[in-house]
Design a protein around this ligand. Structure first.
Ligand code: GLY
Length: 386
């Protein structure tokens, strides 16, 4: 049993959160809400995968086949977003770009339509709301869609947030608890984590350390099953005198390739994202070309915009695309590996992580699903069992 039993009478102690991406920041914020004295270390807060993210809160349109343990986490976390936003910025949801508007998924051709229909059947079987719409109906919703699209699906429960604005709000609330310093390693005594060592050699001791370090591994921490999955993503702005192209998130399949266009309040459009495991952190020319080509096939007006940003970041991937959240030792909790779902899963992931720090009860199925050691064990069918 890796989760330590609650220790009665244990006083609240300092917590160090290493990493200030969306997971580190939301976890730190929750811990502060619960009365913990929290310090967050990150040399460049919110500048990794979080900065690239489009911010789709899409439990329906982000599902892929064969991940039944992940679906309930996505749905549960999406359900928690409104509460997180209201507690963080009361009455100002728009300030963090929280838009509970539907997502429209469209098909480029009839093969894409067939693939979309299969996915819609999966979504419906999971109780997710998905309404098939004709090409005409889709174009009535979004007049910038290409006339030739082969219809689509409306997903009323797939919303969006602006991750940059959300992180700005979290950083404002956390204030000087966030220290722009690099952590070089953890401190351990008798196999228990007792704090961190900074890159400048300074040591900071604490009762609990929480690692929200994405792909970064630290000396002294057991190695985790993580790999970088690069994504290229673009930001477009309307050219002078033109109106924003879209009013809601449009996702699409173009000859089997997924693409998404997420409109922001300022009229800009986030277009993403490639999925590359070529270990190259530079924007891929082919990737950028394909994104623009696919986006243009669905929304021709894309060619009238200005390309204002091209960004590449690595998603922290795990073998089953499910995060790694759990206690590694009595002083160390890890929360990483959120892959494509860091923004969507932040409310749930930060809650589970804060509960682990608090030694509060956590649903055992969720804990087993997220167990950071689950890949250490041999597969049940391995070893030649008949
Ligand atoms: N969640 C969107 C992406 O990873 O591209």
């Amino acid at each position: 049993m890796r989760i330590m039993p609650p220790e009665e009478g244990t006083p609240l102690a300092d917590v160090i959160v290493v990493g200030a991406g969306i997971i580190g920041l939301t976890t730190a914020w929750r811990l502060v809400e619960r009365g913990w004295d929290v310090t967050v270390y990150d040399p460049a807060p919110a500048s990794g995968a979080t900065r690239a993210a489009a911010g789709m809160l899409a439990p329906a349109s982000e599902i892929v086949w064969g991940q039944p343990s992940l679906y309930p986490l996505m749905v549960e976390s999406a359900r928690r977003y409104a509460d997180l936003v209201e507690r963080l910025v009361p009455g100002r949801a728009a300030d963090v770009g929280y838009l509970p508007t539907e997502t429209l998924v469209v098909a480029f051709d009839h093969a894409d339509r067939a693939a979309l229909d299969e996915l819609t059947a999966l979504q419906a079987s999971l109780g997710l709301r998905a309404v098939r719409v004709s090409s005409l109906a889709a174009r009535r919703l979004e007049s910038a869609l290409a006339p030739g699209i082969a219809g689509g699906v409306s997903l009323p429960d797939d919303h969006q947030i602006d991750p940059r604005a959300l992180c700005a709000a979290l950083l404002e609330v956390l204030g000087d608890r966030v220290i722009r310093s690099e952590v070089a390693g953890i401190l351990r005594e008798e196999d228990i984590t007792t704090g961190v060592r900074l890159a400048d050699g300074a040591e900071h001791r604490s009762g609990q350390v929480v690692l929200c370090t994405g792909l970064t591994s630290l000396p002294g921490v057991p190695s985790l099953a993580l790999r970088p999955v690069y994504g290229d993503i673009l930001r477009l702005e309307p050219s002078r005198g033109t109106r924003p192209l879209l009013t809601r998130t449009v996702r699409g399949l173009v000859r089997g390739r997924p693409v998404y266009l997420v409109p922001r309040r300022d009229g800009s459009l986030v277009v993403g994202a490639t999925t590359r495991e070529d270990d190259d952190p530079r924007p891929s020319t082919e990737g950028v070309h394909r994104l623009l080509d696919d986006a243009w096939r669905l929304v021709p007006g894309v060619l009238d915009t200005r390309l204002v940003e091209t960004m590449t970041r690595a998603r922290p991937g795990t073998p089953d695309d499910i995060p790694l959240v759990g206690r590694l030792d009595p002083g160390l909790v890890v929360s990483t590996g959120y892959f494509r779902h860091g923004i969507l899963l932040a409310p749930l992931g930060s809650k589970v992580t804060a509960d682990l720090v608090d030694r509060a009860p956590v649903d055992p199925v969720t804990l087993a699903t997220l167990d950071p050691h689950r890949f250490d064990r041999p597969h049940p069918t391995a070893g030649g069992a008949p």
